[in-house]
Design a protein around this ligand. Structure first.
Ligand SMILES: [Zn+2]
Length: 359
C-alpha cells in the first residue's frame, strides 16, 4: 500500500500482524527505523488528524527536546491516502519511530526476571514521564495510561500512541478540545466512571469541551498512582480484596457471595482495604504487607485512593511520588535470601513469604 505525507512524499508500507483496537502497524520500505500506524476507517477522524498535526507542530517549533522524545513516541508525520498535486488528502494515520524489546507496564507488575529495586526505579521513571507531559503547553493530558511501555533492559518508560492524549488546540482564536476517547476501566479515575454513569454515556460520546474535559491532571495522577502501587505491591490493584473467611465464619448469617469485593465500587467509595479495616474483607495474600512501604509512600497512596475519591485535587503529583520513590529505592537492601527489602523493616522477608504461599 502507498501513503503520502503532507508534502506529497511517498511511502510504500506493508502490513504487520501488530494491531490495536483502532489501528494496524505497517513496516515502511527503506526505513526500518520507522513504522506507519494506519487507523481503521471509522477512526480516521478530523479530531485524530488535528491531534497528530499538533504534535508535528510541536516538533517543528522545537517545543519537544531530545530527552522528551526519548520518553514519548511522538508521531512524526501525518499520513494520507491520496496525493493531489502538491497537497495530500484522505487522512489515514501517522509515521513514528519503531519500538522493539519492550513490555507493557502491566506485564512488569509481576515480572519475575526484574528485581524489586528495578520495579521501584520504573515507577520513578513513570513519574518523570507524567511530569514531562504535564509541563507541555497545550494542556496535554495522558488520559489513557494503558499506553505505557517499559524497556526492561534499562528501566526506561515510554508513552506510545500519543494520538490518544487529550490536548487543546487554538482554532480561530478559540480553545478547542481534542479529547481522549479511550481508557481501561481499572485505570480510569472513579469520578470519570461516576460522570459517565450519571450521564449514561461513554468516553467516545460524553459531552465535554476545553473548559470541562473528562480527563485532567488529577485523573492522570490517579492512573499514575495505580501503576506505582501495582509495581510496588506485586501486581495488586489498590482496590483488590478478598473475602475474610475467618471473620465470615464468626457471623453465621453472613454469606460469602454477599461480600462486595468489586474493586470499582471500592475505588468510588475510597475503600482502601490496605489501610482501613472493612469487616469481611482483607488485602490479597499475594501482595506484600502494606507496612513494608515507607511512611511517606503510604501517606501518598492514602491521599491518592482515600482522600482522592472525595476530592481528586488532593492526589499527589508526579514530583511528590518521585521524591518518595527515590528515598524508598535508596532504603532497599539485599537480604540473605537474595530478595530486596527496606533496610528499616523489622519483619521477615515478604517475598519469601509470598513464594511460600504460592507454593
Ligand atoms: Zn526473601
Amino acid at each position: 500500500m502507498i501513503v503520502y505525507d503532507a508534502d506529497g512524499k511517498e511511502y510504500l508500507i506493508e502490513e504487520t500482524d501488530l494491531k490495536g483496537g483502532e489501528s494496524k502497524l505497517y513496516t515502511v520500505e527503506k526505513h526500518p527505523e520507522l513504522r506507519a500506524k494506519i487507523f481503521k476507517e471509522e477512526y480516521r477522524t478530523r479530531g485524530r488528524e488535528a491531534k497528530i498535526l499538533e504534535w508535528e507542530n510541536m516538533i517543528e517549533r522545537n517545543e519537544l527536546n531530545k530527552s522528551f522524545c526519548d520518553q514519548v513516541v511522538v508521531p512524526k508525520k501525518c499520513l494520507y491516502l491520496q496525493k493531489n498535486n502538491q497537497k495530500s488528502s484522505g487522512f489515514a494515520g501517522c509515521l513514528m519511530d519503531e519500538q522493539a524489546n519492550f513490555k507493557n507496564i502491566k506485564e512488569i507488575y509481576t515480572a519475575k526476571d526484574l528485581s524489586y529495586p528495578e520495579k521501584v526505579w520504573i515507577a520513578r521513571n513513570l513519574c518523570v514521564l507524567t511530569n514531562r507531559i504535564h509541563e507541555l503547553k497545550r494542556e496535554v493530558i495522558i488520559g489513557d495510561y494503558s499506553n505505557i511501555i517499559v524497556f526492561p533492559a534499562n528501566g526506561t518508560v515510554k508513552l506510545i500512541d500519543v494520538d490518544t492524549c487529550q490536548l487543546v488546540t487554538i482554532y480561530r482564536n478559540k480553545r478547542v478540545l481534542c479529547p481522549c476517547t479511550v481508557g481501561v476501566r481499572e485505570l480510569i479515575a472513579p469520578e470519570i466512571a461516576g460522570r459517565l454513569k450519571k450521564e449514561k454515556t461513554d468516553l467516545e460520546n460524553v459531552d465535554q469541551d476545553a473548559d470541562n474535559p473528562i480527563f485532567n491532571k488529577y485523573t492522570d495522577f490517579y492512573a499514575m498512582a495505580y501503576h506505582i502501587f501495582a509495581l510496588l505491591m506485586n501486581g495488586s490493584s489498590p482496590f483488590a480484596s478478598m473475602a475474610n473467611m475467618e471473620a465470615i465464619s464468626q457471623h453465621p448469617s453472613k454469606n460469602v457471595s454477599s461480600i462486595d469485593i468489586d474493586q470499582f465500587h471500592a475505588a468510588e467509595k475510597g475503600e482502601f482495604v490496605f489501610v482501613r479495616h472493612f469487616l469481611f474483607k482483607k488485602a490479597p495474600e499475594y501482595a506484600p504487607k502494606y507496612k513494608m512501604l515507607s511512611q511517606e509512600l503510604r501517606k501518598l497512596f492514602e491521599r491518592a485512593f482515600i482522600g482522592g475519591a472525595k476530592d481528586p485535587t488532593v492526589r499527589p503529583d508526579a514530583m511528590e511520588f518521585y521524591n518518595a520513590l527515590t528515598e524508598y529505592f535508596q532504603s532497599l537492601k539485599k537480604c540473605e535470601c537474595g530478595h530486596y527489602m527496606p533496610s528499616n523493616y523489622k519483619g521477615e522477608c515478604e517475598w519469601c513469604r509470598i513464594n511460600r504461599a504460592e507454593g
